[in-house]
Design a protein around this ligand. Structure first.
Ligand code: MTE
Ligand code: MO
Length: 334
């Protein structure tokens, strides 16, 4: 097991960084339609010929193997509902981008597949490789690569997905197969998978070392891979800059995080005071809808904010973070 594997590549078209997204106030659906879901590709969109495509499984496994798409389709199909979120800037953990959605993924269970291959006791990490290659911000990258601690498998839900919201994965989403790690930021969900490698250490690619590693607030001087998503929320309604009549209004939005959200609080006075919103429970790793009934106390400008607290008691950061509180400025007229 090393970093010098001979890996296949697919043509990328278009090449280079790709991004599209809708702002939070457009995310009105519980399950985000594929056309509204943000899209990110660092190196370009890989175009894969499924007939010759294989998934290789190697490294610290008892029985290395190669699977065709047909063989994967014959395995039991699982579905997982999960929030899906880009962490934002690979190097700037003080910036919140709110590129997020909620998706029902369909595919095969990674834990089952690896159990069939036999995980060796010294294996600690999964390395996942995509078929895309190129350069990102001047950094040459061979195949896109991410890693995941194998300990994550015990929580369940990790998929090799070939469906998004019941439809086949489109080319831009990773056709024919991508990794989905519910609860982790979407950057770890390698698209256009070609190889899974089990290893005793973290992977050494640009995307697992230079990029997507944040300073660890709890351990100064240490870094922390951008894996589990901390608690976060976004306001869907009212829409930023809207003008409301002075009448009862509903503030609502979505809250999500790796550990599930226990409560959401809303502030309508720019963060001076906070009150509990009504929050629905989560289904698998889904985002959770919150609602807050508000009677504007008068006319004028108002700053609306929501903050999520997860089941471990971690509070969404007020500012200067990937999960910084979302602020929506509105006007109320008599
Ligand atoms: N092979 C490959 N997988 C990838 C990426 C990539 O550039 N190449 N980008 C990652 C990032 S940063 C994000 S946020 C998600 C985006 O997935 P989506 O475009 O389906 O929303 O894919 C991840 N998987
Ligand atoms: Mo991303």
């Amino acid at each position: 097991m090393d970093d010098n594997l001979e890996l296949p590549l697919a043509p990328v078209d278009p090449a280079g960084f790709q991004i599209r997204f809708a702002p939070p106030h457009q995310l009105v659906d519980r399950v985000t339609p594929e056309r509204d879901l943000f899209l990110i590709a660092h190196l370009g969109i890989a175009r894969v010929d499924v007939a010759s495509w294989r998934l290789a499984i190697g490294g610290l496994v008892e029985r290395p193997r190669e699977l065709s798409f047909e063989e994967i389709r014959r395995m039991p199909k699982r579905t997982v509902e999960s929030f899906h979120q880009c962490p934002g800037d690979p190097k700037n953990h003080r910036d919140a981008k709110r590129l997020v959605g909620n998706v029902v993924w369909g595919g095969v269970d990674l834990a089952e597949l690896l159990a069939n291959a036999g995980i060796r006791p010294d294996a600690k990490y999964l390395w996942a490789y995509g078929l895309d290659s190129g350069a990102y911000e001047g950094l040459g990258a061979g195949n896109f690569q991410k890693d995941m601690p194998l300990a994550r498998l015990s929580e369940g839900g990790v998929l090799l997905a070939y469906e998004i919201n019941g439809a086949p994965l489109p080319p831009e989403r990773g056709y024919p197969l991508r990794l989905i790690i519910p609860g982790y930021y979407g950057t770890n969900d390698v698209k256009w998978l070609c190889r899974l490698q089990l290893a005793d250490r973290r992977a050494g690619s640009v995307f697992t070392t230079t990029l997507y590693n944040d300073p660890d607030d709890e351990a100064p001087g240490k870094i922390r891979p951008v894996w589990e998503a901390p608690p976060e929320s976004a306001i869907v309604s009212p829409v930023p800059k809207s003008v409301l009549a002075r009448a009862p209004a509903e503030i609502w939005g979505w809250a999500w995080g790796a550990r599930g959200i226990a409560r959401v609080e809303v502030s309508t006075d720019g963060g001076a005071t906070w009150a509990a919103a009504t929050l629905e429970p989560r289904a698998q790793w889904s985002w959770q809808r919150f609602t807050f009934d508000w009677m504007p106390p008068g006319s004028g400008e108002f700053l609306l904010q929501a903050r999520a607290v997860d089941s471990g008691g971690t509070v969404q950061k007020p500012s200067q973070a990937r999960n910084a509180v979302h602020c929506v400025a509105i006007t109320v007229r008599e």
